[in-house]
Design a protein around this ligand. Structure first.
Ligand code: CP
Length: 306
């Protein structure tokens, strides 16, 4: 692993190694590269958690973070993504984190030599979100296998659902899906079973709610937000029917009182802010591996672009 673009490029052993190192970072482990290391966070879509936690992770690792603002860069003059990343590589940046609205934007960056960490590509993939979700689950239950994870909501437009369904299945978890049929995606759904919202919430060890991706599509025209909440959301009443030990995850930002009742965002079962905390440690682990492998001069470009 040098670049990290999708979860399916990581073996289960690599996933577990990243989680292990992230857990060590969470317990105070430190690491810094021997040489001065510049990195840039290139966000072409809005972000709070991913961008800020990458920056905190980079600073904790002693990297120098080059400010990159897509809105004031030469992208506005028509420069391509490839030429923009190639420019950063040329001036000495050692790794870039990219979030872009275009699915698989990284396919056009195959000849870039520095590591690329995918911070989210359209409806495609969000590998570091998946890794921080896995870490949060593993910290809670001590394992990932033989757990039932219900992924609920806007599955079709969710890069989080795509990345998690793949990884959880390979790691031995049972994955089920629930939510509006209009938002199902055949390519993901085949990795799990469909359950009604009430079955999913009553049976799951992990209730993973997804944000409705308003920016990628229109709300189901026949449903108001309140109707969505009552039909597919985690209401106060449904939370009472969760198993005693079950936890709630949500990648955030949260649409309060739509996917989840506002009062439940910080309830005892919720690990939503724990997920954010873990985001820093996962990103430290991913960046460390990328920079170490880059410095060791590994030439593994093609294998990272499935
Ligand atoms: N979960 C997540 O990706 O949040 P941001 O969009 O704020 O980065």
């Amino acid at each position: 692993m040098k670049s990290l673009l999708t979860m399916d490029q990581l073996s289960t052993e690599e996933i577990l190694a990243i989680l292990h190192e992230a857990d060590e970072f969470s317990k105070g482990k430190t690491w810094q590269p021997e040489n001065q290391t510049f990195v840039a966070n290139m966000f072409f879509e809005p972000s709070t958690r991913t961008k800020c936690s990458f920056e905190v992770a980079e600073r904790k690792l002693g990297f120098q973070v080059i400010p990159f603002d897509a809105g004031s860069s030469s992208v506005l003059k028509g420069e391509s993504l490839y030429d923009t990343v190639k420019t950063l590589e040329a001036v000495g940046v050692s790794a870039v984190v990219i979030r872009h609205e275009k699915e698989r934007y990284f396919d056009e960056l195959k000849t870039i030599h520095i590591p690329i960490i995918n911070g989210g590509d359209g409806c495609g993939h969000h590998p570091t979100q998946s890794l921080l979700d896995l870490l949060t689950i593993k910290q809670e239950f001590g394992r990932l296998d033989q757990l039932h994870v219900a992924i609920i909501g806007d599955i079709r437009h969710s890069r989080v659902a795509r990345s998690n369904a793949d990884a959880l299945t390979r790691l031995g978890a049972k994955v089920s899906f629930s939510g509006p049929v209009d938002w199902f995606d055949e390519s993901i759904i085949k990795q799990g079973t469909y359950l009604s919202i009430d079955e999913a919430i009553e049976q799951a060890d992990v209730v993973m709610l997804l944000r409705i991706q308003h920016e990628r599509h229109k709300m189901i025209s026949s449903l108001t937000k309140e109707e969505y909440h009552q039909t597919f959301g985690l209401t106060l009443e449904r939370e009472k029917r969760m198993k005693k030990h079950s936890i709630i995850l949500h990648p955030a930002p949260v649409n309060r009182d739509v996917e989840i009742a506002s009062e439940l965002v910080k309830c005892n079962r919720s690990r939503i802010f724990k997920q954010m905390e873990n985001g820093v440690f996962i990103r430290m682990s991913v960046l460390k591996r990328a920079i170490q492998q880059q410095n060791e001069g590994e030439k593994i470009y093609e294998t990272h672009y499935k």
